[in-house]
Design a protein around this ligand. Structure first.
Ligand SMILES: [Zn+2]
Length: 166
């Protein structure tokens, strides 16, 4: 077994020959581990509220070099989801709705400076949860670490969140 680094998120993962995502700049082994976490989540917890948090944390922890527009926009919209969750205290349904609102505006989203240092917590923290409460708590811890690691760009993300109805 060969261990490789996933440069964007900083996770050390098993090397994999599986195809990686078309534009998320994760190494194949990291993308495969994300798939395993989601499959386990579906089997044990049947699409819990934490699902959206896990997806947002994963996507927001894979910034590329800015050359792929879809990848750059993906990071922005998933940070909007994390901002709603962590700063506005929205539940994942509402946070997800805010994310969709930002996407539906069809405006060019701002480009972010990629983080200088990956979040201290990564996808590995989601492996081996005891139950749904543990899974949910781990997702929130991960999300908070990812959000903190993007601190220099917080003002840009906050400005994108819908202001109505708050
Ligand atoms: Zn990764």
């Amino acid at each position: 077994m060969t261990i490789v680094l996933c440069p964007p998120c900083g996770a050390e993962v098993e090397d994999s020959s599986m195809p990686a995502h078309a534009y998320v700049p994760a190494v194949a082994g990291c993308w495969a581990l994300f798939g395993q976490v989601q499959a386990d989540e579906m089997m044990r917890f049947q699409y819990p509220p934490a699902h959206a948090i896990v997806v947002d944390a994963y996507m927001a922890s894979h910034p590329g070099d800015g050359t792929d527009r879809r990848e750059a926009q993906s990071v922005v919209v998933h940070l909007v989801g994390l901002c709603g969750l962590l700063e506005r205290g929205w539940d994942s349904v509402r946070s997800r709705a805010a994310l969709r609102t930002v996407v539906s505006r069809k405006e060019a989203l701002p480009m972010l400076q990629p983080w200088s240092q990956p979040s201290a917590v990564n996808i590995h923290s989601m492996v081996g949860s005891r139950d749904i409460d543990d899974y949910d708590a781990r997702a929130r811890t991960w999300a908070a670490c990812v959000w903190d690691a993007w601190a220099p760009e917080h003002h840009i993300i906050r400005a994108l969140l819908p202001t109505t109805g708050n």
